[in-house]
Design a protein around this ligand. Structure first.
Ligand code: B12
Ligand code: SF4
Length: 493
């Protein structure tokens, strides 16, 4: 059997003129996870359209497509093509979970939710000759999974080939997030065992890791055990977390000791009314400035995420947010236009208020205003969004934010990191086209580690750590096993 697994790209990622680096960052981990369930005698390829053109002149027995909202149109196009050629086509992922009836028009079988329970069931049914048209996930566990088929990933096409997830979902329920809709019908936050997570980390060559977990710190006990066991492994890593988890006494220190050097933090809005309106309760009343200070004091760079267009946002929101981020020495910022993904609480509210402007999924990419904002026009929202990026990454603002760091090393690291992402986009484009992007990984590692030094927390933010009294249940032998020096391999791995 010949199985072709495809991650279709949104149009921008395949542009002949310019390819943003963000589409060459991470390999298709979801598909590589599913490939782990295939028998050894199956011929399988994973094709990521973000990094290489897709050939459509073959006739696989089984075509497996992962669809996000922004790639839904392209996914259906590819699915229709292969069905016409006689291949058996299946579609799963976030968008088919949100809109199963839409996806079902283009596939022989559709899947909703995570695939770890339904995918092996389908493979069994397919072999027996009676696959069902639809499988809905309900059993949620990450225990005892087959190893991810990382051998199918073309590592040299990615800047960050070592992406990893050790949990799924998140304990919170923000109304704009994909999470509630995707995990409906079962648990919506669960982790691997610490041992299995460590084994997966151990399989990854080199030093750098990027945890793609929605909220790596969401299960405090798991996170602490993981970080404690990782301490001494010599890894350098990046991840995402909440303001609340950053402020939690002790946990961040453990993460830093284990190699955390940059954190994506969902601040989302500097307005409490907005946070309340979108059920972002975990951010309410939190001292954002203290969170940033704590991260910086520990040598962790901040990628601050902000969303524009919530109901309490008027036209002044762009300037206020950018000023705030620059003043607080934020290294990189990711701005988004509020986007109601189908089936989320936000989507239902917008639909019932008749505020959705269209259902052209290509434009549900957080760069277009697809709904009527409460206090400005959609055009003004888009202008403000682009203005914010331009303004935040102006040389003078990068320099101003860097100067918020107390020491020269911190300032230099800030400058190198912020300019590296946003001031050398043409250079990234050239590297991507030459299929040389992986050669930039040592530079990223250098910026994360070489320039950065871990500092002790300043007394002003030193916090007691009550959790430290709990012994970590990782045995000394287990710990020693994982604390060996990582292999060093060339970027092509
Ligand atoms: C890494 C990532 C990216 C990477 C790379 C994506 C990749 N290579 O897979 C990059 C940087 C390119 C990216 C870009 C964007 N992203 Co993104 N990204 C993520 C992130 C953080 C992790 C994805 C991941 O690897 N998860 C881990 C793997 C193991 O899970 P998985 O991929 O979901 O696969 C599982 C299931 O979905 C399911 N499954 C998937 N496909 C199939 C198929 C079958 C047949 C079956 C049975 C099961 C199945 O089974 C898998 C195993 O459980 C997610 C957040 C998240 N937690 O999902 C956001 C997320 C997917 N991104 C999102 C968005 C909005 C974007 C952008 C539009 C952002 C932007 N403004 O540019 C772009 C465009 C995406 C596109 N190409 O169309 C949204 C998607 C919303 C939606 N409803 O589609 C998410 C959910 C973030 C969020 N919280 O809003 N993204
Ligand atoms: S904290 Fe982040 S991942 Fe969790 S529900 Fe909110 S937006 Fe989604």
């Amino acid at each position: 059997m010949y199985v072709k697994m495809i991650l279709p790209a949104l149009t921008e990622a395949t542009s002949p003129l310019f390819r943003p680096i963000k589409y060459s960052l991470f390999p298709p981990l979801g598909l590589a996870t599913l490939a782990g369930y295939l028998d050894d005698d199956v011929e399988v390829v994973i094709h990521d359209e973000h990094v290489e053109p897709l050939r459509l002149d073959d006739t696989p027995d089984l075509v497996v497509i992962q669809a996000y909202v922004t790639s839904a149109r392209r996914s259906y196009e590819i699915a229709d093509h292969y069905r016409a050629l006689g291949s058996y086509v299946v579609i799963g992922g976030l968008h088919p979970t949100s809109l199963p009836h839409e996806a079902a028009l283009h596939a022989d079988t559709i899947f909703t939710g995570p695939g770890e329970d339904t995918w092996p069931l389908f493979l069994q049914d397919l072999r027996a000759g009676h696959p069902r048209p639809r499988y809905d996930s309900s059993v949620r566990t990450l225990e005892g999974l087959p190893p991810i088929r990382r051998d199918l990933i073309k590592r040299h096409l990615y800047l960050v080939p070592n992406s990893i997830v050790v949990s799924r979902g998140c304990p919170h329920s923000c109304d704009f997030c994909y999470k509630e809709a995707f995990f409906e019908g079962g648990r919506s936050f669960y982790t691997q065992t610490v041992d299995e997570a460590l084994a997966e980390i151990d399989r990854l060559p080199g030093r750098h890791l990027y945890f793609l977990d929605d909220h790596l710190f969401g299960n405090v006990r798991f996170a602490r055990q993981l970080f404690d066991a990782m301490t001494g492994m010599g890894r350098l890593w990046q991840a995402a977390g909440t303001v609340q988890s950053v402020l939690r006494p002790g946990l961040l220190e453990s993460a830093v000791a284990a190699g955390l050097r940059s954190l994506f933090v969902g601040f989302e809005s500097i307005s409490s009314a907005n946070l309340r309106g979108h059920r972002k309760h975990q951010n309410l009343g939190r001292d954002y400035a203290a969170a940033i200070r704590r991260l910086h004091d520990l040598g962790v760079m901040v990628n601050a995420s902000f969303v524009f267009g919530m109901d309490d946002d008027d036209e002044s929101v762009f300037e206020r947010t950018v000023e705030w981020a620059v003043d607080h020495g934020v290294e990189t910022a990711t701005f988004h236009i509020l986007t109601p993904y189908p089936s989320t609480g936000l989507y239902q509210r917008m639909e019932s208020q008749r505020r959705l402007l269209h259902r052209d999924w290509d434009r549900y990419d957080t760069r277009h205003a697809v709904f009527q904002p409460a206090q400005m026009s959609p055009e003004r929202l888009e202008e403000g969004y682009w203005w914010s990026y331009r303004e935040f990454y102006r040389w003078k603002n990068i320099a101003r934010a860097a100067m918020a760091k107390p020491d020269r090393t911190g300032q230099l690291r800030h400058l190198a990191y912020a300019t590296g992402w946003k001031k050398f986009e043409r250079a990234w484009d050239t590297l991507i086209r030459a299929k040389q992007v992986a050669h930039a990984l040592p530079v990223l590692e250098g910026v994360l580690s070489g320039l950065g030094r871990v500092q002790a927390p300043s007394t002003a933010h030193e916090v007691p750590n009550p959790d430290r009294t709990t012994p970590a249940p990782i045995s000394p032998t287990q710990r020693a096993r994982y604390q060996r020096q990582p292999r060093t391999v060339p970027p092509h791995g």
